[in-house]
Ligand binder design. Structure first.
Ligand SMILES: Cc1cc2nc3c(=O)[nH]c(=O)nc-3n(C[C@H](O)[C@H](O)[C@H](O)COP(=O)(O)O)c2cc1C
Length: 441
């Protein structure tokens, strides 16, 4: 068992029990492990990180009847071929989904996560998402100290919510940006308030920085799981091979709103399955992020091996988001994200934010500032007009506006503001309907 598998096994209560399924097959027969740490010719069992290989699809709070028991006599009597192995390995993502449901018992499948968006995902949004059977994350605040205050607010909201009591941790998570985060202040907030998970993102120096944060946060709150958002295969490999691997990897595709990989990202539809193949033995579940705005995106993500999805931009258009009306209106208005969003540091700089590591840049809806830059205007000129527009309020956003409108390439799929509870339950319902329809194929 890897360290990660041991950690999950203890969450799941399987201790060091040997995995129930042991299919001894020379790994050389399986072409699906281009990166794994299995040696060619090894007879390492194809083990599950936990329990019997029951591939269970559960929808909503109702366990779905579709159980595939790989230990059934008929299954066992079949001779295992390379293609059987590939299929079993691909279906492992289904059992990893169960892993998350056990770890976060208030959640329903398919798992929908409210991504931590700086300032905009506050405690109201995070608790509303978790109340609907999703997993809500609070984003980094204006100041490092804001996180403790947000967690305190979340605690009060949870106490008066219908979310069932969940062990010693709060049924919400919290996000930190490593490159400019304050580890001392963040670690204190986490050890005092014990969110169920911390979502780390944007290290300046790669996994080395992530390890420092992971060890410190785990030291102060051992039951808090570490989620790490990455956007490349290499980042994923560095994470699973590190001394302190995360409990969950969030695979962020290039469509994502907010910051993501500047030049080496790709859509999760290709990135996630490649990472799944490369990290399978770690037993670390993958969450897909980037471009998901409704049930169709959820089904796509599950189909390529995600254990759940994280949505950011969709929740910008929620009643609970901490967002200005002009900004929210623009997210609802904008269409055709390919044409009307771009990755650029321009808006960071106009807002006075400098210093982001060059490997990350934000996706934003374009407006006059971008058009002027394209036309050759100087930064100083654009900045003057930007500041003037911001002083006038909500008109700073929109096609004739000047200020940052961070959002994903999925803006065209977002057509109205809704309550976060309805967004989560509606998206889940759509996904289940699509899966059930497709299952008739
Ligand atoms: C306005 C905005 C702010 C964001 N801020 C953060 C952040 O502070 N930390 C982080 O890890 N991710 C942040 N993200 C990225 C999200 O975690 C997530 O990857 C992304 O929203 C997923 O893509 P989607 O927007 O298409 O749903 C932000 C996204 C948006 C839209």
């Amino acid at each position: 068992m890897t360290r990660c598998q041991r950690r999950w096994a203890s969450v799941l209560g399987f201790g060091n029990r040997r995995p129930a399924l042991s299919t001894h097959v020379p790994i050389a027969e399986s072409p699906s492990y281009p990166y794994g740490n299995r040696r060619k010719g090894s007879t390492t069992p194809l083990s599950q990180p936990h329990g019997p290989r029951l591939l269970r699809l559960e929808f909503g709070h109702q366990p779905h009847s579709k159980l595939i028991n790989a230990k059934s006599p008929s299954r066992k009597s079949m001779s295992t071929t390379a293609s059987d192995l590939i299929m079993e390995d691909k279906l492992q993502s289904v059992t990893l989904r169960d892993q998350l449901r056990v770890a976060y018992p208030w959640t329903a499948a398919p798992l929908i996560v409210g991504a931590p968006m700086r300032v905009m995902s506050g405690p109201e949004l995070a608790v509303a998402v978790s109340s609907a059977g999703g997993f809500g994350f609070i984003g980094p605040g204006e100041k490092p100290e804001s996180t403790a205050a947000d967690l305190e607010t979340a605690k009060g909201l949870i106490a008066s919510s219908s979310i069932p009591q969940h062990g010693s941790t709060l049924p919400v998570g919290v996000g930190f940006q490593i490159w400019n985060g304050n580890l001392d202040v963040s670690a204190l907030a986490v050890s005092q308030h014990r969110p169920a998970a911390v979502w780390l993102f944007a290290p300046r120096n790669g996994q080395t920085d992530v390890d420092v944060w992971t060890q410190r946060l785990r030291g102060g709150s051992p039951d808090t799981k570490i989620w790490l958002q990455i956007g490349t295969l290499q980042e994923a490999l560095d994470a699973v091979r590190s001394a302190s691997p995360p409990d969950v990897l969030v695979v962020q595709g290039a469509e994502a709103g907010g910051h993501g990989r500047t030049s080496d990202g790709s859509g999760f539809i290709t990135l996630l399955p490649e990472i799944a193949d490369a990290t399978r033995e770690s037993g670390i579940p993958l969450i897909a992020a980037g471009g998901v705005a409704d049930g169709r995106g959820v089904v796509a993500a599950l189909g390529v091996g995600a254990a759940g999805v994280a949505m950011g931009t969709r929740f910008l258009a929620s009643q609970e988001a901490r967002i200005k009306k002009g900004y929210q209106d623009e997210v609802v208005r904008a269409t055709d994200g390919g044409a009307n969003t771009v990755r650029t540091h321009l808006y960071n700089h106009l807002r006075g934010t400098f210093g982001w590591p060059e490997q990350f840049s934000p996706r934003t809806i374009v407006n006059r500032s971008w058009a002027e830059k394209q036309a050759g205007a100087t930064f100083e000129d654009i900045k003057k007009r930007h500041d003037d527009a911001v002083s006038k309020g909500d008109s700073a956003w929109g096609p004739d506006g000047w200020t940052a409108t961070y959002a994903g390439a999925n803006v065209g799929l977002i057509r109205s503001v809704a309550g976060a509870h309805d967004i989560v339950t509606g998206t889940r319902r759509e996904a289940v309907n699509i899966i059930q329809t497709l299952s008739g194929l």
